[in-house]
Design a protein around this ligand. Structure first.
Ligand SMILES: [Zn+2]
Length: 474
């Protein structure tokens, strides 16, 4: 439609909204009256089958309330503002959960929790037996991080539901908000714990029976002290049945600078890169830094240094910008200036959106580790793949729904890849998946400077609301 026509339509809307509202109140219970056109911001010229012409409805986000809620949630923190620290099953985490559950209740959602504390808030549709459309994110925060990571996808989802409720929308498929337990690996070293379990990870359910944190507190007892899990056997009750949801959507800050730099409002995620992580250890003989001459050494530190460079080489050799690799941890033992390292420990993270390409890199790293150990006469005492998650691709029809929502709302958008991973990576195993990114200040995340503007959050909430509405009626 031409912008001028839109302007006229908008004016008509404001002029006639009061006279229509009486008619609407009268026809409020008829779900057919609220059609998709009503949410797209376009007027419906054709009279409906009921002979009623629906006025356009602009989606109105209550951004002030959203910001207040984000501020309030950020006060449940174990570090001083503006930083946020909220670790799984701590007192602050439990308080944050209580806050979100009360907001879900205020929005008229029926709230339930599973055995590990994934929280669900459901708005029943007119056909509640159909698989629901779900959206959500996490609210835990690594030490000294910010207030928007995850939170925008939880409180923003609530606001999206409120937007739809205020506008009179009637969902056909139920709409459900999911608050995921522990996306961050801080406490038990397991990322996306809640969504991995929802996706039915037997291996994780088994491992959690014996998992402990840095203080030697078991996962089971931490969960039960927060009011969940009383029996390890309950862990597998968390698994979702395939087909529980017809779609899953996550609204999230980009955590990178692209949208802000390019001045684009909405990122439509087409794929999520997935990590594989490795633990590697070399063992040499060690010895006195002065007494042992160079030809007689088998230095475990130099083996580690060589492997770190090999990681970079293999990643670059893949020829794709989407392949990345990082040696984030390199420790030497005994760690004294005058002692030849007798042991070295590396932790390596590699990511890609192409699983096969990433796995080739892993194989080459393994070959290099063996070759270096042999040549330097050290022992490769450990080469362990800690995790090797498959990347996920967004569902085509959800991508289309997100793109058309952005267009309907006259918002600029860009198709992009999520380099960081999210609960959506695991939800993709049990449901068609899509993600909506909004810009964040300088791409900062996981630090107190993390920031998303009121306008960007409102845009994200609108696109989420409209996409949920579209998918709910499919
Ligand atoms: Zn996040």
């Amino acid at each position: 439609m031409l912008p001028l026509l839109q302007l006229v339509a908008l004016l008509l809307h404001f002029i006639f909204i009061s006279s229509f509202s009486a008619a609407l109140a009268h026809n409020h219970d008829d779900p057919t009256i609220r059609t998709m056109e009503a949410f797209s911001g376009y007027p419906v010229h054709e009279p409906s089958s009921h002979g009623f012409s629906t006025p356009i409805t602009s989606l109105s986000v209550d951004a002030d309330t959203l910001v207040k809620q984000i501020e309030e949630l950020s006060t449940f923190s174990d570090s001083p503002a503006p930083s946020v620290t909220r670790i799984l099953y701590t007192e602050k985490d439990v308080l944050a959960r209580r806050f979100v559950k009360s907001l879900m209740g205020l929005s008229g959602l029926s709230v339930r929790e599973d055995a590990v504390g994934n929280i669900f808030g459901r708005w029943d549709g007119s056909e509640p037996d159909l698989p629901a459309v779900a959206t959500g994110s996490h609210a835990d925060a690594i030490p000294f991080s910010g207030k928007y990571d995850g939170v925008v996808g939880v409180l923003g989802a609530l606001e999206a539901i409120n937007v739809l409720k205020r506008s009179g929308f009637k969902p056909k498929r139920s709409l459900e908000i999911i608050f995921f337990t522990s996306e961050e690996p801080t406490r038990f070293g397991i990322s996306c714990l809640g969504s991995r379990l929802l996706a039915g990870s037997d291996a994780l359910a088994k491992a959690l029976e014996t998992t402990v944190d840095g203080q030697n507190i078991s996962f089971i007892s931490a969960a039960s002290s927060a009011g969940y899990l009383t029996d390890p056997a309950q862990i597998s009750t968390v698994f979702l049945k395939k087909g529980s949801y017809s779609a899953f959507l996550e609204l999230h800050i980009e955590q990178g600078p692209i949208l802000e730099e390019e001045g684009i409002s909405i990122g439509v995620v087409t794929a999520i890169a997935a990590p594989a992580s490795l633990k590697v250890e070399f063992e040499g003989t060690g010895g006195h830094a002065g007494a042992v001459l160079m030809p007689y050494r088998n230095d475990a530190g130099l083996a580690a240094a060589e492997l770190a460079l090999a990681v970079e080489k293999h990643v670059l050799d893949s020829g794709s910008i989407d392949t990345v690799g990082t040696v984030g941890i390199l420790e030497l033992h005994p760690g004294a200036i005058n002692s030849i390292p007798s042991k070295s420990h590396l932790e390596i993270d590699t990511r890609d959106i192409d699983e096969e390409r990433r796995n080739i890199v892993l194989k080459k790293i393994h070959e290099s580790a063996n070759e270096i150990a042999k040549r330097r006469r050290v022992k490769l005492s450990e080469f362990k793949i800690i995790n090797q998650d498959p990347p996920a691709h967004s569902d085509k029809s959800i991508i289309e729904a997100m793109v058309s929502a952005a267009k309907d709302l006259n918002l600029t958008h860009k198709l992009m890849i999520s380099r960081a991973y999210h609960d959506s990576l695991f939800m993709a195993r049990v449901s068609p998946m899509g993600m909506i990114f909004i810009p964040c200040y300088k791409g900062y995340s996981h630090k107190p400077e993390e920031f998303a503007s009121l306008k960007d959050m409102s845009n994200g909430v609108k696109v989420l609301a409209l996409t949920l509405a579209k998918l709910s009626l499919q």
